[in-house]
Design a binder for this molecule. Sequence first.
Ligand SMILES: Cc1ncc(COP(=O)(O)O)c(C=O)c1O
Length: 431
Amino acid sequence: MNHFWMPFTANRDFKKAPRLFSSAKGMFYQTPDGREILDGSSGLFCCAAGHGRVEIARAVYQQLSELDYASPFQSAHPLAFQLANALSQIIPGDLNQIFFTCSGSEAVESAMRIALAYHQAMGQSGRTRFVSRERAYHGVNIGGASLGGMVKNRRALGPGYPNVVHMRHTWQEERRFVRGQDAQGQHLADDLKRFVQCYGAETIAACIVEPVAGSTGVLVPPLGYLQRLREICDEHQILLIFDEVICGFGRLGDAFAADAFGVVPDMMTMAKALTNGAQPMGAVAVSEKIHNAVINATKNEQLIELFHGYTYSAHPAACAAALATLTIYEEEQLFERAAHLSDIFLDAVFSLRDLPAITDIRGYGLLAGFDLKTKGEPGLHGYALQKALYEAGLHIKTTGDAGIIAPPLIAEEKHIQHIVDVLASVLKGVG
Ligand SMILES: Cc1ncc(COP(=O)(O)O)c(C=O)c1O
């Protein structure tokens, strides 16, 4: 136990009483002592098609047996093109150019690099500022962490990327227990306008938001909020980036949040459910306009247009996993299934509202968050819940004192009821 420095974990406490998963199938994990744990958050929002999908395992095995690796720089393999084509079929608008990465964090860094490269190509290299949002989570690398708006994630960051400003988050204290999109709050998007007035549009490269802020505890955008961001971006030639690392692939009842909310950004980042969590992979979907500007800025076709990429970009095993995953999503109509289940799911989660431990609940699609009363230092109550749930046979994600529920899209009503029953009984204990 001593040598694994665990990420985002209370290492010392964990190692005294480890919470281990040894296998998984469908909706359930198994523990080494033979208990079943219902997965109420798709692992970490990854396993949308449920666990142990043999179709994906077979595709990865077959691919590794045939071609284990090919350099993605100046060479390629067919599956990378197939996957980019398949993604462009389900991604809205003209976001048809796919740049592959190995994680959500790298997708965000890549989107930042592409935004900067685009403005340089357009002769506007002064546009280096990024507008993000309080309570945002965009991964852990220097760029994404600088965009982030959760204080503990910024503590060991130092100066980070220098040119980031944060809009207000969309949680409104006086508007608790709003299910779906709040009719009030669109005005919060005008923070972007204020940054234009304060810094000048000619300094702003892009505005990046999670359409539903996930990791902070599920903040659903108010009605008209994303539309307003789109309008301001258009007015001032600011790129709009949706970070769909959690929202993408059916979580909100549509392929992407961009579909669910009817707003098409200029770039979209994705990861997690892209491979059903079976292989590490992320991607940035980029509009034709941005792609063509960057590509055509280099006049000589013999030369590289964008000096950016990863050794494992479009890794053959990850491409195979993603293609098999997309086939499952389509054949089993899992995005439609999420849309169908959403009301049942939100009814069930909102039935917890009268528990004294809970101070707010929010949700959209098959994604919901709740806040717990803080007890002592922030984060302790959430951690106590996480530990108690493991003993009670349920896994959900907690962040600080918030809980996030995001079951696999294959969930049945009985699983949703089970999640809520276990939460209610455990919260009575730790609340
Ligand atoms: C919106 C968002 N962006 C980026 C990331 C980072 O992804 P990864 O952990 O794969 O680097 C996450 C992870 O939860 C996320 O939710």
